[in-house]
Design a protein around this ligand. Sequence first.
Ligand code: SF4
Length: 337
Amino acid sequence: MEKKNVVIHDKITIGISACCMGSPVRYNNKGWDMLATLGREKQDFMWCPVCPETMSGLGVPRDPIHLSGGDGLMVLSGEAKIKNRRGRDVTEEVLLGCGSCMETLKRANATAYIYMDGSPTCGVYRTSLKKQKRGNPPGIFGAMLLDEEMFLIPATDVQSPIKWWDWRRRLLAFHWFRSLPLENKDDLYKAWYVLKFLCQEIDDTFARDLGRKLADLPKNVEEDTMKSIRKEILETLRKPSTVKKITHSLWKNYSYYRKTKGQEVEGINSPDFRRNVTTIAKELLLMERTAFEEEVFFATSPVIYRDKRRMPKVEAYDAEMDEEIENTLKGILPEEE
Ligand code: SF4
């Protein structure tokens, strides 16, 4: 089987807590532009900002709200309430706001959501912004997002070049695999062949177990088995990797590149070489781009996005890719870099 990266040309739609995209919709009339660090890469996605509290009709500025008597899941099941600072019960309004934002995300066909953790509404793993306190996670909208099995990215991770790189590559793989038609065992094997290395990096035990399970599959695989395997792989792709694992994968992929092409790439360092995460992110982008140009499989980032209109003719290709990587780095690197 030919080893090749999957290239997708359709932009992925990402929902985002509107206050993290610069809208001053928080209770105190504030917001942050957390996407500014992405630079030109921001154009590679379609964004769908929503604010469930504003859609509740509570207005800006408003009294802050909190979960009372349970977490967001319990609010959804009617066992807990949402109250504002004055003690007014605003459960009904907030549920309507959350419902209407979820409808918007579905209409937009959003695959992922960048959430503001620490919010009683959009928070997933924290519903309090106070240091050390987790609150009562998930928040109300956070609970809905979990229920919809969205690919969930904490907004603070977008600020870190290496964390964002990790989230982006897994998101692309997740998006591609989620809607990939799987009609038979062959389709599943082909997809696993593309995703195996990345899944091994994230969770080696899972990848080994799944490899064994796939080898034992009968000729005709039941639809339910196919669905459950797809679910397990998607679950794994949702999990973040670590800098250590990423650095080792980069080196393995680079070694494969050197063996295949018989040439080196200046600037890629071995895992033992001490450098900061920004430098590692630079190396990853360089290797990703080089492997794509040279048509060598870069297994740690197996699905990549390229705008069809920006797929240049061969002679213009190098210059355009140089400009693209420079712009991406300009967006994610701190000033002094
Ligand atoms: S965290 Fe969610 S509900 Fe709160 S202001 Fe931001 S978008 Fe609105």
